[in-house]
Design a protein around this ligand. Structure first.
Ligand code: HAS
Length: 547
């Protein structure tokens, strides 16, 4: 990676970690408010903090981190950026940053307490939606800059499959662009006119559906970069290779196909969508589980092959041979382990009838803390430990490595306590998205007493998590400015495993084909129900009037 390419990746990474520390602080406040241990001052309310927490961590930290990782990896695997690609990456970064700053100003000043899902009937100041639009446009610019870098490489290497890292990056960007079409449509054509008062109503069901058309693949936009690390980086760190190049590519293609036409599984309790369409999208949701199962299989195979290569004997002897003392591996392994219950919880959520039990309860909050909050976030931490030194030319010293272990141990314990409590509270009926259980709050609170299920457990978990976040940011600051500069021997490399693509079918890189099939599936799953929502809206297509 050239120094110029490094700089844009570092800026993205820096932005990500500033958002991370503020977002985790909001999380800390959150658990204490729910525990009734903290009363906020009159100028700050619960929903303001909750919105900031969700936006800063789920949207801002992830997105900026992902682009840092993509930029560093694309420059490493396909060669330095041309001046044009570099310029567009910078423009994209600044547009994304500007959008973020606008959004944050609106949230902090109390004009956008609409949560990170921001769908109607909640309404924010118009500038909040303008900020969101800029955020999306900025990511598209960065995404297209990377795609043009990839196209230039393919032109030079006609007939060859691209390196796995680049293939996966392009798949993720394609998924992101198609997914954003929904949120762009609702923000531009529904929210902005409504929030600025140009129209006097909004079609709530349509806006929620367009949001979830985007909202579900959004979770795979977070997950796929973590999967890139699992498929391409981890095998190198443990000294192995990619188990199967075709399997890895196929799993990413399956995400492009099946992660979008499934948004209704977030809306199973909404009356405006008929059961047939909900059922169809639920069935498609079960298809999007397949590439994750393929990934799990592939990971186990990679670990076992490498463990046996190192002399591991018997059924599980190979487990002991893996490099457990290497925090770059251990952090990501623990992240993977969290995804086993995380994924199982997702399957429960997606099961039409079981969704009735958990919808809008704390269970969902538990679910996303052991999907995006641990498997994804902790994979990003594991990447940070070498990505920052790689970009800054400093050393990941022994003492920082020890601290990194402490960080992942505290994050794991904190998440385990907090998310277990959240799952149990949810099953007992504790609502999400509100500090209060409803009327008769004091009496209702007492239902939730118990060793693991109460709000105190959640608060203890939350506090450990904040401690862990502080340790992580301390490590990042050290690796950025203070750790000793690396010399020839201690130079940190960007680990990329060998992936044998000799027998990989070329059709897997035929983007037109896969994008075409994805669009057909989307049309099948969405055209009729969206048309019905427009037709059936009271007061015409604008829907419900607001006063
Ligand atoms: Fe989800 C709600 C269904 C995955 C995030 N999800 C959410 C929300 C978020 C979220 C943020 O159907 C809340 C949205 C809101 O604000 O309202 N989710 C699923 C399904 C999956 C799934 C079917 N979710 C994720 C991922 C997320 C995420 C990934 C973030 C990154 N989710 C739902 C549904 C709802 C929902 C409903 C709505 C609920 C409601 O009613 O509101 C699947 O993709 C899961 C498949 C995953 C697996 C796991 C494979 C395991 C692997 C690990 C291997 C481990 C190894 C290590 C190798 C099948 C790959 C070995 C270690 C050892 C120790 C042995």
């Amino acid at each position: 990676v050239s120094n110029l390419d490094r700089k844009v990746a570092l800026y993205n990474l820096g932005f990500a970690y500033v958002a991370f520390i503020i977002g985790t602080l909001c999380g800390l406040l959150q658990v204490f408010i729910r525990n009734d241990a903290l009363t906020l001052p009159p100028w700050l309310d619960y929903y303001q903090v909750l919105t900031a927490h969700g936006i800063l961590l789920a949207l801002v930290f992830t997105t900026f981190f992902i682009f840092a990782f993509f930029q560093a990896g694309m420059s490493r695997t396909l060669g330095y950026f041309s001046r044009k690609v570099l310029r567009w990456n910078w423009i994209g970064f600044w547009v994304t940053a500007l959008g973020t700053i606008l959004v944050v100003i609106m949230v902090v000043t109390g004009r956008a307490s609409v949560l990170y899902t921001f769908y109607a009937p909640l309404q924010a100041h118009g500038l909040f939606y303008v900020g969101l639009a800029l955020f999306v446009v900025g990511t598209w610019i960065q995404g297209f800059a990377l795609i043009s870098h990839y196209r230039a490489w393919r032109k030079k290497n006609k007939g060859s499959l691209s390196p796995l890292f680049a293939f996966m990056t392009v798949s993720t960007i394609i998924l992101w662009v198609i997914a954003c079409l929904g949120v762009v449509a609702t923000v531009l054509f529904q929210f902005i006119p409504w929030a600025f008062g140009w129209v006097d109503g909004i079609n709530v069901e349509l806006s929620r559906s367009l949001f979830w058309y985007f909202g579900h693949p959004l979770v795979y936009f977070w997950l796929l970069p973590a999967y890139i690390a699992w498929y391409v980086i981890v095998p190198k760190i443990i000294g192995g290779r990619v188990f199967s190049d075709s399997l890895a590519r196929l799993s990413f293609i399956l995400f492009i196909l099946f992660s979008i036409p499934v948004g209704f599984h977030h809306q199973l309790t909404e009356p405006g969508i008929s059961s047939f369409w909900k059922f169809l999208q639920t069935a498609l949701t079960f298809m999007v589980i397949v590439p994750s199962l393929m990934t799990a299989f592939s990971m186990f195979a990679t670990f076992e092959l490498r463990g046996r290569e190192l002399g591991g004997k018997g059924l599980f002897g190979w487990v002991t041979k893996l490099p457990w003392r290497d925090v770059r591996f251990t952090s990501i392994f623990v992240a993977m382990a969290f995804f086993i219950p995380g994924g199982a919880g997702g399957i429960i959520n997606a099961s039409f009838q079981m969704n009735e039990v958990i919808h809008n309860t704390m269970w969902v909050v538990g679910h996303f803390h052991i999907t995006v909050g641990t498997p994804v976030a902790m994979t990003f931490f594991g990447l940070t430990f070498w990505l920052v030194p790689y970009l800054t030319g400093r050393q990941f010293t022994k003492s920082l490595q020890k601290l990194a272990f402490l960080q992942i141990v505290t994050w794991s314990i904190g998440m385990l306590l907090m998310s277990t409590a959240q799952h149990l509270l949810g099953l007992l009926g504790a609502p999400r998205r509100t500090a209060y259980t409803g009327y008769n709050h004091e009496a209702a609170e007492s239902w939730f007493e118990g060793v693991l299920s109460n709000h105190v457990t959640m608060a203890i978990g939350g506090s450990i998590l904040f401690l862990s976040a502080t340790i992580l940011v301390f490590i990042v600051v050290q690796l950025w400015w203070f750790a000793p500069k690396s010399d020839q021997h201690s130079k940190v490399v960007f680990p990329i495993a060998t992936s044998d693509s000799e027998n990989t079918p070329k059709v897997l890189e035929n983007w037109k084909l896969w994008i075409g099939i994805a669009l057909i599936l989307i049309a099948v799953a969405y055209t009729v129900p969206l048309a019905e929502m427009i037709q059936n809206a009271p007061n015409g297509s604008q829907g419900f009037k607001t006063w």
